[in-house]
Design a protein around this ligand. Sequence first.
Ligand SMILES: *[C@@H]1O[C@H](CO)[C@@H](O)[C@H](O)[C@H]1NC(C)=O
Ligand SMILES: *[C@@H]1O[C@H](CO)[C@@H](O)[C@H](O)[C@H]1NC(C)=O
Length: 204
Amino acid sequence: MSLQKTFIVFTIACMALVMAKTQRLNGLLPERSILNFMASSSRALQGNPTRSLECFDYYIPIIDETAQQYQWDLGNCTEAFENAQQAAFQASSEQRNQLAKTVNDSCEILIECENAATAEDVYQCYINQGPTEAKTLYTVSIDATSQYATLEEKIRQAQSEEDMCNTKARISYEKDSTQAYGELNSCILNDTPIPTTATPSSKV
Ligand SMILES: *[C@@H]1O[C@H](CO)[C@@H](O)[C@H](O)[C@H]1NC(C)=O
Ligand SMILES: *[C@@H]1O[C@H](CO)[C@@H](O)[C@H](O)[C@H]1NC(C)=O
């Protein structure tokens, strides 16, 4: 293998490595654009390996950065969901406490029946209080049903907001990475000058 061929193989292997790494990070790379990129670049790579390497040096960090930003964005989406979910749980805490109190009071009354003064009073207590407390417990069930529905609705909403947040992050990532690959491609094809500054010219 000539030195130049070795270099080209190395460059392509390097490129594949970067792509594999990015792909592992998120699994959502716009693969078609990468295939297009590889197809159109491989010929140019052979033409001017030194130039290609300089293009890679410049764009690989930018491409890494878009993937990193995507990870951060997804992390923020998850965090926002978790906060909203936590807030929904907390918002229901007072109501749940109230239900617990009602149940405790009802049970307390029935539990106390056995301590009534006489046998007749004990029976009267069960006979009278039984249906009353049963009714109270029934309203607990009704209230719990409606409170639970409210909680579920809040969580569903938080989930759909997370979905939208994830989608927004993915679209932005796809846009940024497609642009970076496009610019890298142009750089390799000699359409655009090799950027000279260490900092990216376009915000990604
Ligand atoms: C949220 O985004 C910011 C800026 O992009 C980032 O610094 C931070 O790490 C992200 N938070 C999480 C939990 O990923
Ligand atoms: C209900 O009773 C249980 C057991 O006696 C007690 O641990 C709990 O704190 C009570 N809850 C309320 C809200 O009063």
